[in-house]
Design a protein around this ligand. Structure first.
Ligand SMILES: [Zn+2]
Length: 447
């Protein structure tokens, strides 16, 4: 575009700073050197950012591994809790079974208790029977005693009678009587006694009756006593059997209750363990939430670092100050001033555009001039730092004021023809440490 430059800019160099002769090549190489330095710094910074990304990504990976570990731990803990619950259920079933068994044994004991009550009633009845029997026996014994006395009396009476018969010598059977060893033998030899007179017969009969009564009743008495003892023994045995059964049942209950107690203790232990496991699980879940938060923070950091790493160095280049208008009517070069018709050096580039077209900041910086400057008309000057300043002349309007900070591409003015100018255009000029220099390298183009 430089080849088609029309030297139509009417521009009077009215300031001393613009009249100095500049060796633009020297300035350019200084700038290029500075640019190289900046680029070097930029690349170093970029490497650092990339390293930081790598490290942050590794950290993120570690967090992921921690979460994986945490998740496995959670699964394992949940399995333990499930196992614990199953164990508890089994024990609860066992306790229920024991309850049923105890209930059934208690029923059996109740039954045995009833049996004991009935046996005790039987024994009571038996005891009154025994008392009655003992009384009866006592009566029989008395009767026996009386009978023995009667018998002995009868015997004495008979002996007496016989002795009297012997003295009268009326019979020959006395030696028979006295040769008998005792009374029983005498009675057995009764056929001899048939001869005894009718009078004597009565006495003998009484004697016989008494003796028979005694023998019979003694036998009866013995049988009754024996039966009584047997009955008593049977009842006692029965009672003792029932008591022993009750003892068995009670010891069974005790055993089951002990078993239950052990199981309840086990349940308590399991409950405690479960509480501990649940607390641990909650801790793990909290930890996971923390890890997720940390991951989110790290991801944001990575995003920010990536954004930083994607920044390109050519951002250091200037933005074209009149977007859409690239025709250059007068270049940065020596020329004949069209108004004064004298040799001069044109210190900027002239970019014609229609009235009001936006003029934008070539780069970010601080506005140091926003007002009327003799010759340039309404002018904007922006300080970009490092002694670099851009200038925009001949504007019709100004959009910013001195002191404002502007971004690259931000509208700062509108195209006009104020100051020494013959038509609507922007005079764009670059200064380094107060001296003008070719804008082209800053615009990314060769001169
Ligand atoms: Zn100009």
């Amino acid at each position: 575009m430089k080849k088609q430059i029309l030297r139509t800019c009417i521009f009077i160099m009215s300031f001393n700073i613009f009249t100095a002769t500049i060796k633009s090549d020297d300035k350019f190489s200084t700038l290029m050197e500075q640019n190289k330095q900046r680029e070097k710094q930029f690349n170093e910074d970029k490497k650092k950012i990339e390293q930081a990304i790598k490290e942050t990504e590794e950290e993120l990976k570690k967090k992921e591994q921690e979460r994986e570990k945490n998740k496995n731990e959670q699964i394992y803990t949940q399995e333990l809790i499930e196992n614990n619950t199953q164990q508890q259920n089994v024990i609860y079933d066992e306790i229920e079974q024991l309850d049923i068994e105890i209930g059934s044994i208690e029923g059996e004991i109740q039954e045995l208790d009833n049996q004991i009550i009935s046996i005790e009633e039987e024994i009571l009845g038996l005891e009154s029977k025994i008392k009655q029997k003992e009384y009866d026996i006592e009566v029989i014994k008395k009767e026996l005693k009386q009978a023995e006395i009667d018998r002995d009396n009868h015997y004495e009476e008979m002996k007496d009678r016989m002795v009297r018969m012997y003295k009268n010598n009326r019979s020959g059977y006395v030696e028979i009587i006295f040769s008998s060893d005792n009374l029983l033998e005498l009675l057995n030899r009764s056929h001899y006694i048939n001869i005894i007179s009718n009078l004597d017969q009565n006495i003998l009969n009484n004697l016989r009756k008494a003796q028979k009564f005694i023998v019979d009743n003694k036998k009866k008495l013995e049988i009754q006593l024996y039966e009584l003892e047997k009955l008593k023994d049977q009842e006692l045995e029965k009672k003792s059997t029932v008591y022993s059964k009750i003892n068995d049942k009670e010891s069974k209950i005790t055993e089951r209750e002990k078993n239950q107690e052990q199981k309840r203790a086990k349940i308590n232990q399991l409950e405690t363990n479960k509480d501990i496991l649940n607390d641990y699980l909650e801790e793990l879940e909290d930890e996971d939430i923390d890890l997720i938060t940390e991951q989110a923070i790290l991801s944001e950091e990575i995003k920010e670092l990536i954004r930083q790493s994607q920044v390109k160095f050519d951002e250091a280049l200037f933005t074209w100050p009149v977007p859409g208008w690239t025709y250059i009517s007068s270049d940065y070069a020596p020329r004949i001033n069209p108004v004064l018709n004298i040799q001069e050096f044109h210190q900027g580039i002239d970019i014609p555009a229609t009235y009001g077209t936006p003029v934008v900041a070539a780069a970010q910086g601080r506005v140091i001039v926003a007002g009327w400057v003799n010759g340039f008309g309404y002018t904007i000057m922006i300080d970009h730092g490092d002694g670099l300043v851009s200038l925009y002349g001949h504007n019709s309007t100004l959009n910013v004021k001195a002191g404002d900070y502007v971004k690259a591409g931000q509208q700062v003015a509108g195209i006009g023809s104020t100051g020494y100018s013959t038509g609507n255009h922007s005079h764009f000029e670059v200064r380094v440490n107060g001296k003008h220099t070719s804008p082209w390298p800053f615009l990314g183009m060769e001169e």
